[in-house]
Each structure stands twice: as structure tokens, then as C-alpha cells.
Write a protein that binds this ligand. Structure first.
Ligand SMILES: [Zn+2]
Ligand SMILES: [Zn+2]
Length: 180
């Protein structure tokens, strides 16, 4: 249940004190059941199950998001069908995948292999792994129904960024990867 499902019924109640109380109660419930809480350092804590567009594949994410970024590399542009992807990075042990995925491997400029998994039925990108950081998993933010917690702190592969594509303001942009 998300915040909209909780609060919408209350909006139909006539605007009297009782209705207002119901609306406030709905907002409180929505806040309590939000799929994440912002932790110190701006890294959200997730506890949520998400699905690909056809629901053949489920992703359960429980734990801290370690990093959030946007990427304008050619592969992300092809995977999303637009100018950049939004990516949340978590520990592998905090993410469980149910259902079959297909994948393909690409050799990145860094020399690392990137393995991109997608739903074989609907084609939704589901997750990716990289030999650059083998303990981590990359989750496409478009997979989440309600990713209000997403706040990217860097933009990578700006060398292939498209001028018409809007990126978040005020975050550092790197030609390739952020230097490690
Ligand atoms: Zn699917
Ligand atoms: Zn990319």
C-alpha cells in the first residue's frame, strides 16, 4: 500500500472536522508505511518489493542504498530509451530476485564487465552487476513504483550526455566514472 492508496479515500469525505481528521490520519499512516526512511548521510533505507512491467520478475530490496547516480552512457541510453538512467547501488545480500531473468555482458571502458539482467517477457531492466564492484548490485530506479527517496549525487558518462536531456542541477558531472 502506498501513500496515494491510503490518502485518496479520505479526500472524498466532506470537508468537516471529521473528514479532516481522517485525512490527517491517512497521511500519518502513509508516512508510517512509506517504503523507506531517510537515514543520516542522505542514504535511504529500503524495505520494498518491486516488479517488472509484466510482474514475472520481483525484486526485494531490504537495506541501505549505498550510492545514487545518473548515467548517460550509451548502454544506459539504450536500456532506458532516453537520455540517462537513474541507478541505486546496494549490497548484493540486501537484494533478492524472484523469477527468471536474461542477461547480456558488456566490457566497459574501465575494463570491467557489466552484466545487465532484464525480464525476458517484458524487457524491463531489473538489475546489473559489475566486476568492478562484485559485492554490489545496481538497481534501475525506474523499476521502483515510488522512488521518492532517490537523490542522485553524481552524473557519470557526461561525455555522451545529450544536450536536450535534463540532469539534476548542482551535482558533479564526470566524463566517465567518478575517480576512485
Ligand atoms: Zn516482465
Ligand atoms: Zn550507464
Amino acid at each position: 500500500m502506498n501513500s496515494f492508496e491510503v490518502s485518496v479515500p479520505a479526500i472524498g469525505i466532506p470537508f468537516v472536522a471529521r473528514g479532516l481528521r481522517a485525512l490527517i490520519a491517512g497521511i500519518k499512516i502513509a508516512a508510517a508505511r512509506a517504503p523507506c526512511q531517510h537515514a543520516p548521510m542522505g542514504k535511504p533505507e529500503l524495505d520494498t518489493m518491486e516488479h517488472c512491467a509484466c510482474s514475472s520478475v520481483s525484486v526485494t530490496a531490504r537495506g541501505r542504498v549505498l550510492s545514487m547516480l545518473v548515467c548517460s552512457c550509451l548502454d544506459c541510453r539504450k536500456a532506458t530509451g532516453t537520455g540517462h538512467s537513474g541507478i541505486a547501488i546496494m549490497r548484493r545480500e540486501d537484494v533478492k530476485i524472484s523469477g527468471k531473468t536474461r542477461h547480456f555482458d558488456r566490457l566497459a571502458d574501465s575494463g570491467a564487465w557489466i552484466c545487465r539482467h532484464f525480464c525476458p517477457v517484458c524487457g524491463t531492466p531489473v538489475f546489473a552487476t559489475t566486476t568492478r564492484s562484485p559485492t554490489l548490485v545496481l538497481l534501475p530506479v525506474g523499476l521502483f513504483d515510488n522512488p521518492n527517496w532517490f537523490a542522485p549525487t553524481q552524473a557519470i558518462f557526461s561525455r555522451t550526455h545529450l544536450h536536450w536531456d535534463t540532469l539534476p542541477e548542482g551535482i558533479p558531472q564526470y566524463q566517465n566514472y567518478r575517480p576512485q
